[in-house]
Ligand binder design. Structure first.
Ligand code: AMP
Ligand code: ZN
Length: 113
């Protein structure tokens, strides 16, 4: 399958990886939109949020716990951070393997663009 994030998960292409376990991988976004811009992905290929099933409930909970751990370890838990998942084209999804953007280190605007 020609999926860039599957290739990163399999170490077929490089990424600046900051966390890994058996289920997920976290790495720095190649085009950061904030002082901290990290992507957390499941190693399993899931194209969009709409493809989630009952079997993925633990995985999604796990991803949020990893996000909290990264926020504490990297030092932005106290100030706060934003988690964004874009679902399909109109929301701005460009890579069709689900990924949780963690953005931190600056004041965030609302509503998002
Ligand atoms: P989205 O637009 O929500 O699908 O987000 C895709 C994100 O993946 C963007 O923020 C890109 O900068 C990022 N991205 C694309 N290719 C890579 C890569 N090879 N390594 C790290 N981040 C990437
Ligand atoms: Zn994939």
């Amino acid at each position: 399958m020609d999926c860039i994030f599957c290739k990163i998960a399999k170490k077929e292409i490089p990424a600046n990886i900051i966390y890994e376990d058996d289920k997920v991988l976290a790495f720095h976004d190649i085009n950061p939109q904030a002082p901290f811009h990290i992507l957390v992905i499941p190693k399993k290929h899931i194209s969009t949020l709409l493809e989630l099933t009952e079997d993925d409930k633990d995985l999604i909970g796990h991803i949020y716990l990893v996000i909290n751990k990264l926020a504490k370890d990297l030092g932005f838990a106290d100030r706060g951070y934003r988690v964004v998942v874009n679902c399909k084209e109109e929301a701005g999804q460009t890579v069709f393997h689900i990924h949780f953007h963690i953005l931190a280190g600056r004041e965030m605007g609302w509503p998002p663009g």
